[in-house]
Design a protein around this ligand. Structure first.
Ligand code: 5AD
Ligand code: SF4
Length: 466
């Protein structure tokens, strides 16, 4: 699920003629929330005259927004920092400054350890404090090595830098909106409760205001984000306790907002009101990312998932009864400590029983500080690799089968951006697959009726219906 993105180029604040233009290069690792956070950090910097560049060698400020979820993700950052050190030296020899910053979950988890391991780094800033980035950057530019890793999440939510209309427009017709951060579930494999802290929900008014601003900037589809998004709760304007289902219904009333999605969910937090939203809200796309991690009750217990395989299957059945057109997606970990061949076969059986439209699967990666890392019976790497290969063959086949049954169907398609070929645009199906169709550039943002004609390996093809 790794994503990397350099930020969009937008001009500094209009009318602010005296702000010197500096260039920032942002590289984003990890999940969609990091994509959202990178945009917010770039919004904050734009007020100080920073414009985004996708040429790292031109940047005055290089910011890595990092992921700590698996060892490989975290190690990538250090190899990138090694390369940047050389670049920084080269720029210094030309008398030019290059400030290097590390943000995101590695910043939170490792703090000043990063300064020790990577001498070129000037600034470390965690996911809960990045609203203070402009001020931290000023300190770094005056020679201080800055570490800002306070858990200031409510303060951050209140002061989240918002983009202006032009920046929103430049980012396209779909957008992420963080509504919840952190996790109290403490799955024994996972670093998130330590990097992103305890579960915190953003207040309703903040979320509605941000959604309305996005729609004013041309956004037609919003994906609500949270590490545990369906644990979101708040107080509605009616004074009642709201869950995610209520929030979705309220967002559904915003005129011009055509589609809603949310990710990522924990099975324990799928309540009736949210399931009801899937039954009754046409704007809520029939797609659900509902990680199960394993199909073995023994392993689920060791992972502290707080449900059994049968409970997960029963839940899937209830959601599908409410929305028969639902595409399910999941996350899986193979080789959790103590996982036997029989446990793994239970996972294969669960996958066969569910039928996933999409899935992400990983070898267990031992993370320092998590209870899983203390367990004795770690599974050898080669066993993990074999299990992962077997599982991925099945999941890929299911993804293909799902795409194949889409062929011939008529759907509403939100046209998002230019496709690979000239004269083509690409959008997402209700089930999140990319769909290519012949259409004019001026139609970006339109929702058109199409018939799916063909399934490729990772995308669909469609024709417009007159
Ligand atoms: N090892 C492997 N995969 C992990 N995930 C989370 N922690 C680990 C780990 N220590 C996976 C889970 C989660 C997804 C975001 O990453 O499947 O749902
Ligand atoms: Fe990675 Fe999790 Fe942090 Fe997202 S929240 S960047 S997946 S560690």
């Amino acid at each position: 699920m790794s994503q990397e993105s350099a930020l969009l180029t937008t001009a500094p604040v209009a009318g602010d003629d005296h702000v010197p233009v500096r260039k920032v290069f942002v590289k984003t690792y990890g999940c969609q929330m990091n994509v959202y956070d990178s945009d917010r950090m770039s919004d904050a910097l734009s007020r100080d005259g920073y414009v985004a560049t996708d040429a790292v060698e031109e940047a005055d400020f290089v910011l890595l927004n990092t992921c700590h979820i698996r060892e490989k993700a975290a190690e990538k950052v250090y190899s990138e920092l090694g390369r940047l050190r050389e670049l920084k030296k080269a720029r210094a020899s030309e008398g030019r400054e290059m400030v290097i910053g590390v943000a995101g979950c590695v910043a939170q988890a490792e703090g000043d350890e990063i300064l020790r391991r990577a001498p070129a780094v000037d600034l470390v800033i965690g996911p809960q404090t990045y609203h203070r980035l402009p001020e931290a950057l000023k300190r770094a530019r005056s020679g201080e090595r800055v570490v800002e890793t306070e858990y200031a999440i409510e303060d951050k939510f209140e002061h989240l830098p918002q983009p202006d209309k032009a920046r929103t427009r430049a980012r396209g017709v779909t957008a992420f909106l963080t509504v919840q951060e952190g996790c109290d579930k403490f799955c024994t494999f996972c670093v998130v409760p330590y990097t992103r802290g305890a579960e915190v929900s953003r207040p309703v008014a903040q979320i509605l205001a941000e959604a309305e601003k996005l729609v004013e900037g041309g956004v037609r589809e919003i994906t609500l984000l949270g590490q545990n998004v369906n644990a979101w709760h708040g107080t509605g304007p009616d004074g009642r306790d709201w869950g995610l289902g209520d929030l979705l219904r309220s967002l559904g009333e915003i005129e011009g907002l055509a589609r809603l999605r949310y990710t990522t969910s924990h099975p324990r937090d799928m309540d009736d009101s949210l399931i009801e939203a899937h039954r009754s809200m046409a704007k809520l796309m029939p797609y659900l990312h509902l990680p199960v991690q394993s199909g073995s009750d023994r392993i689920l217990k060791a992972m502290n998932r707080r449900h059994t395989a049968a409970e997960y299957l029963a839940l899937v059945e209830r959601i599908r009864a409410a929305q028969p057109d639902l595409a399910l997606s999941g996350d899986f970990i193979v080789g959790f400590p103590g996982e036997t061949d029989e446990d793994f076969e239970d996972t294969m059986r669960l996958v066969e029983g569910v039928g996933y439209a999409q899935a992400f699967s990983f070898k267990y990666s031992s993370r320092p500080g998590t209870p899983g890392a203390e367990l004795k019976n770690q599974v050898p790497e080669d066993v993990k690799a074999k299990r992962l290969e077997k599982l991925q063959i099945l999941l890929t086949q299911q993804q293909r089968d799902f795409a194949a049954v889409c062929v011939g169907r008529e759907i509403d398609l939100l046209l998002e951006k230019p496709g690979r070929l000239a004269g083509q645009l690409v959008g997402r199906s209700p089930w999140l697959q990319p769909v290519n169709v012949d259409a004019k550039q001026s139609q970006i943002g339109d929702i058109i009726r199409v018939r799916i004609t063909k399934a490729g390996s990772n995308s669909l093809f469609a024709e417009m219906i007159e």
